[in-house]
Design a protein around this ligand. Structure first.
Ligand code: GAR
Length: 205
């Protein structure tokens, strides 16, 4: 029998990407089992949604830690009992340190609302819209030590429409994020991705 990978999901806010992963799991369409949702904010709306879906939740505020690495060590310790195989950063608005990454080497995924390497960092949709790009989108990538930088697993393009606003564009990108994240988690969970340099090669099913 194949052992299903255990998925930990890290969130900071509303958690629509988390919810997309949880719903896919409920529908039997996720090849990993969500076992815990973690937040750096005790009052993140995502936590309530996770509880309602029957998933364990954990939260730790980052205030009071001497360094990012100290905080990440506490996060790793908090998640350790859940024995996660894959970690999905689903709107987790913190830069993670090697202390975090070394706990799940090559198994931390992030979603970002732009076609990386364009527009990394905060307010990506607004950055792209103000720049005047005709096409934007979203990216799911492995996380490395640099912000929004690691090898790309899945991207989805979204056209910018003549009468778009940042909010309308963000909403269409978010729809694509939800599908793209499920697809990327499934590729990793199924062991279908292989790295060649920073290129992600996808094995056929
Ligand atoms: C998503 O658009 C995600 O791509 C973005 O935050 C939003 C979280 O929404 N993440 C980043 O910008 C990371 N650099 P959600 O809480 O509804 O999933």
């Amino acid at each position: 029998m194949t052992v299903r990978p255990r998925l930990g999901i890290c969130v900071s806010g509303r958690g629509s990407n988390m919810q997309a992963l949880l719903r896919a799991a409920q529908r039997g369409e996720l090849l990993a089992d969500p076992v815990v949702v973690f937040s750096n904010h005790l009052d993140a709306p995502a936590l309530e949604r996770a509880r309602a879906a029957g998933v364990a939740v954990e939260a730790l505020e980052s205030r009071g830690y001497a360094s990012r690495a100290d905080y990440d060590a506490a996060v790793v310790q908090c998640l350790q009992p859940y024995d996660c195989d894959i970690i999905a950063l689903a709107g987790y608005m913190r830069i993670v340190t090697p202390t975090f990454l070394n706990a799940w080497p090559g198994r931390v995924l992030n979603i970002h609302p732009s076609l990386l390497p364009a527009f990394p960092g905060l307010h990506a949709v607004e950055q792209a819209w103000s720049y005047g790009v005709r096409v934007s989108g979203c990216t799911v990538h492995f996380v490395d030590a640099e912000v929004d930088h690691g090898p790309i697993i899945v991207q989805r393009a979204v056209s910018v429409l003549p009468d778009d606003t940042v909010d309308r564009l963000a909403a269409r990108i978010l729809e694509q994020e939800h599908d793209a994240f499920v697809e990327a988690v499934n590729l990793v969970a199924a062991g279908r991705v292989r790295l060649e340099g920073r290129r992600v090669l996808i094995e056929p099913e």
